[in-house]
Design a protein around this ligand. Structure first.
Ligand code: MN
Length: 357
């Protein structure tokens, strides 16, 4: 007689209550809090909020974040115990932690270099997230996709532990729990513009403002805190702009000389490729960046609008061995700037002719 092994299908769903999470946090001697690598505003806000909740409850905690980092986002780290990990030269936490809290992700691929360390501690790992997909990274998990940010979920943890959201404020609303929560909420909702900014997110924002969050100052510290070199690089990119594909695609390029002349860095280019999309005549935008031995290409496209179909930039990028999503993709072409531009122009024309057949 043969016995077939039990079939287990993993469901990335809540398997414990926030009350249980709260009591495990309260009982811990030392908590390690981590999130996805290359942390965004919600990831950083969620780590800081968890650290501040622990501090309010006199539980020792340390945040571990894997880079690279956008320096402007780190503006909101105060006196928090945060360890930065360089993924190229990783180092690991010691054995002094008896609880691990992973926030704003539950995917092995996203915790990157810390994955083996987390894997060894499965029973002591708690996962708090608002994404629809993830792995069995933790023994206890609370996943709520209705939360506009992971920090919105952490508000419920603070409430469970009876921590005042204004905790930690220095009088100007700085370094408070509320500030960390607001950073996650504001950045994940595109400063309350995206579809995930619903009545519940505005209600939460109102609650955070009422305990002293200085929203205008936070906006300036996060979004108007880039180096001038980045702005100069952006102006070089924009002045290189020309339109291709019958005028519906913007093509911009940055050479090594542009970096040398402005002092801007490749990691400061986030968002630059999107700038041309403010023009209504454009359906897609492409940025070519000259790097060592290859040209890095970023593609963005707008969603379908009225009678205009969207350009599937994932498909275009895949013809160069790259990929991504329908509206955001990337590729590398081993060539010169001018030749790469020509190849992209041809690939886009082929794709547009094909889709209009
Ligand atoms: Mn998030």
């Amino acid at each position: 007689m043969t016995v077939s092994p039990p079939v287990t299908t993993f469901c990335y769903e809540t398997n414990c209550s926030l009350a249980e999470v709260a009591s495990r946090v309260q009982a811990a001697k030392r908590v390690l809090v981590t999130t996805h690598s290359k942390p965004d505003g919600d990831a950083i806000g969620s780590v800081l909020a968890t650290l501040r909740i622990c501090r309010a409850r006199s539980v020792a905690a340390e945040g571990w974040m894997v880079g690279p980092f956008e320096e402007n986002l780190l503006e909101v780290v105060g006196g928090d115990a945060v360890v930065r990990v360089d993924p190229k030269k990783p180092h690991f936490p010691d054995d002094s932690f008896d609880l691990v809290v992973v926030v704003d992700t539950g995917a092995w691929s996203q915790v990157e270099v810390l994955a083996p360390w987390i894997r060894q501690r499965h029973a002591s790992v708690i996962n708090l997230d608002h994404h629809a997909r993830g792995d069995a990274i933790a023994s206890s998990r609370v996943v709520d996709v209705r939360c506009g940010s992971c920090t919105a979920l952490l508000v419920r943890l603070a409430d469970e532990l009876k921590v005042d959201l204004g905790y930690g404020a220095d009088g100007a609303g700085r370094y408070s729990l509320a500030e960390a929560l607001y950073v996650g909420l504001a950045t994940d909702t595109g400063w309350f513009r995206f579809a995930n900014a619903r009545a519940s997110e505005f209600a939460l924002a109102a609650r955070l403002l009422s305990v002293g969050v200085q929203k205008d100052e936070l906006y300036a510290r996060l979004e108007q805190c880039h180096r001038l070199e980045r702005v100069l690089l952006e102006s070089r990119a924009l002045s290189s702009l020309r339109t291709i594909s019958g005028g519906c695609v913007a093509l911009m390029q940055l050479s090594k000389d542009d970096f040398a002349a402005t002092g801007g860095l490749p990691e400061e280019l986030a968002g630059v490729v999107n700038l041309p999309l403010m023009a209504s005549s454009l359906r897609a935008s492409v940025l070519l960046v000259e790097q060592e031995g290859a040209i890095k290409v970023s593609f963005r496209s707008k969603p379908a609008l009225a009678s205009r179909a969207c350009i599937d930039v994932n498909q275009v990028a895949s013809t160069f061995g790259g990929g991504g999503h329908v509206h955001a993709a990337g590729a590398r072409i081993a060539s010169t700037l001018s030749d790469a531009a020509l190849q992209i122009e041809r690939a886009l024309d082929r794709s547009l002719n094909h889709s209009s057949l």
